[in-house]
Design a binder for this molecule. Structure first.
Ligand code: DGT
Ligand code: CA
Ligand code: CA
Ligand code: ZN
Length: 584
């Protein structure tokens, strides 16, 4: 039964996509997409809210009709409207929509004219030259679609989870094991604990009580039976005394290891990884005549550490390394020299520097977004709607932006200890100019410059284009700098080192966009930026109040990039931040 937030959100996304292919009312489609966004950003489980009888339409972005649909999904596991639609339209059409150059209109055409209902059918129609014959397609699009189909197939081989989905599964399983098993200690290790942008599988570690398997008692089963007996388990790939592995119905794989208490710390260290980090740690141990394994640190046969993770490092003369840094990028040397960075935390964040309202493609008013930011204890929120050339998002022209500036000024009068910042996410045009006049940009507190079109340029051209944008003295921050969408779109090619050097020269900052499918800048680029003294904005790009909660994923990513509090723009009070955003 689909009851997790991510699954409910997916149903609304599907509904919106299918209705778009049918060519239905834009307004309703947008409402479903907004509902999906709101639901995936909620901290609490929608299932629990429904079961407690809470009024869902109290949540912003969820109207009465949508609330009823949510209840239906929670109660029946499905949505009858979607079932009806999938009888009319094959679900494979949704995969076609994931190809960047195929929107609902083109998918409809492919379906109606060539009966193409999935990626495989598209691939063979492309190869036979049938697609180019369609009106509005042509040979150029054919070639580009061919390469996008290939890229998509390559990506599908790697079936990795975004962090919110991984979190939902991990938290639920940990709670379940604690409730039904005799659990003394438990942790989720692996890439999940390192807060990597995507997670391949979950690695759960447990110390079980007496009487459970692995807990010293002889009773077969115990915690392992509880684990493999979870209602979501589709397949048990392996089941043993100390290790089991299952695949859930959602396709997620989970490994469970049951440990002796004296090896909990060493196993946590070992299975947190990364493998490369572990190898670097082992090398340090070897220099000292010690042996490190998942069971502990040994001098000959004597175990000298292992129960706690921290002693796995201190025994070797290393400082404990935060999991986000464990990628063998110099952290072991830094741990030895006492030079690990003091990483930024979510508590350091004083505001959000990228958000959208219903003036462009967000779904909430200035007031509603401001209220949500204040509720999070923020001192400021930048209102950065899209600019005019992004017509699909109803981007603002100079006049509409001028009116928004006035509205913000008026609202700011009414706040105490909080302000909305006047901003824009201005499109970088094809030639690197910005989409709005310098006169209006000069009136803003900060200007985020982003690329939303012309993604298929050569590395050279794309790099030049962005540098040209940074030449404009009003450009404060480059938004989602690589354009990647995890699991669906690769980064456009750029020479990142050149971009960073150009930014450092001009005093331009870069964004870590905290949307879980973006996390852009990438961690290694954030590290390179820091080395050049570039300041980073960690920003959620919120389109709804609930999205402000994405901040912590951005902070995770920043920590993976070694960023300290001072490297991050929005850890500063407004009095210090304001001057840093204005270059002119
Ligand atoms: P993932 O699941 O692909 O997102 O990435 P991880 O890092 O969670 O990798 P996974 O699940 O294969 O293994 C968990 C950790 O176990 C890994 O980060 C380090 C450790 N590990 C696994 N295999 C090896 C190995 O062959 N050598 C060493 N030193 N460590 C290993
Ligand atoms: Ca893993
Ligand atoms: Ca694993
Ligand atoms: Zn954007």
């Amino acid at each position: 039964m689909p009851v997790r937030n991510a699954e409910i959100a997916e149903i609304f996304e599907k509904l919106a996509d299918l209705l778009a292919i049918k060519g239905e009312n834009q307004f309703r489609i947008r409402a479903y997409r907004n509902a999906a966004r709101t639901i995936s950003g909620l901290q609490s489980g929608v299932r629990e809210l429904v079961e407690r009888g809470e009024e869902l339409s109290d949540y912003q972005g969820i109207g009465k009709a949508i609330a009823e649909k949510i209840v239906e999904i929670v109660e029946t596991g499905t949505l009858s409207q979607l079932e009806e639609l999938t009888k009319e339209l094959p679900e494979g059409l949704l995969d076609l929509l994931r190809i960047p150059e195929l929107g609902p209109r083109r998918v409809k055409e492919l379906y109606e004219e060539l009966e193409i209902t999935n990626i495989d059918a598209l691939a063979s129609a492309l190869e036979d030259g049938r697609v180019r014959e369609l009106e509005g397609f042509g040979e150029k699009l054919e070639q580009s679609l061919l390469s996008q189909v290939k890229a998509m197939r390559d990506r599908e081989e790697e079936h990795r989870l975004l962090l919110p989905a991984a979190e939902e599964v991990a938290e639920e399983m940990v709670a379940y094991l604690k409730k039904h098993g005799d659990v003394k200690r438990i942790a989720v290790a692996g890439s999940y604990r390192r807060r990597k942008q995507t997670v391949g599988d979950l690695d759960i570690l447990v110390v079980a009580g007496e009487g459970s398997a692995g807990g010293g008692g002889a009773a077969a089963g115990g915690i392992m039976d509880v684990f493999t007996g979870h209602e979501d388990v589709r397949r048990v790939s392996m089941k043993g005394e100390t290790r089991s592995s299952v695949v859930l119905r959602s396709g997620v794989q989970i490994d469970l290891r049951v440990l002796e208490a004296e090896s909990y710390g060493s196993a946590l260290q070992y299975f947190t990884g990364s493998k490369e980090h572990n190898i670097a740690v082992r090398r340090v141990a070897q220099e000292q005549g010690l042996k490190v394994s998942e069971y502990g640190i040994f001098r000959g046969d004597e175990q000298v550490a292992g129960a706690e993770e921290e002693e796995m490092y201190t025994t070797l003369g290393l400082a404990w390394v935060p999991p986000e840094l464990r990628e063998d990028r110099g952290e072991v040397e830094a741990a030895r020299a006492g030079a690990l960075p003091e990483l930024v935390t979510v508590e350091d964040i004083r505001g959000d520097l990228h958000s959208h309202t219903n003036a462009s493609d967000g779904s909430f008013t200035l007031e509603e977004m401001a209220e949500a930011a204040q509720a999070r204890g923020y001192e400021y929120l930048a209102v950065s709607d899209h600019s005019k050339s992004l017509t699909v998002a109803r981007g603002l022209d100079e006049d509409r932006l001028a009116r928004q500036i006035d509205d913000i000024a008026e609202l700011n009068e009414s706040f105490d200890g909080f302000r909305l910042l006047r901003s824009i996410e201005v499109d970088i045009l094809d030639d690197g100019r910005l989409d709005l006049s310098d006169e209006i940009l000069a009136r803003l507190d900060l200007v985020i410059c982003s690329i939303h079109s012309g993604l298929n340029k050569t590395e050279e051209k794309q790099t030049e284009r962005i540098i040209r944008a940074m030449d404009n003295p009003h450009c404060s921050i480059i938004g989602h700098p690589t354009g990647r969408l995890l699991g669906s779109r690769d980064a456009y090619p750029v020479n990142m080192q050149r971009l960073l050097e150009a930014a450092a020269e001009r005093g331009v900052s870069f964004e870590i966009n905290a949307q879980p499918e973006r996390l852009d800048l990438r961690d290694e680029d954030a590290h390179a930026a820091r080395e050049l003294g570039i300041r980073i904005s960690i920003a959620t790009d919120a389109h709804a109040p609930a999205n402000l909660a994405f901040m912590r994923y951005g902070v995770d990513q920043a920590r993976r990039g070694w960023l300290r509090t001072a490297d991050v723009l929005n850890t500063r009070p407004w009095s210090e931040l304001g001057p840093l955003l204005k270059r002119g």
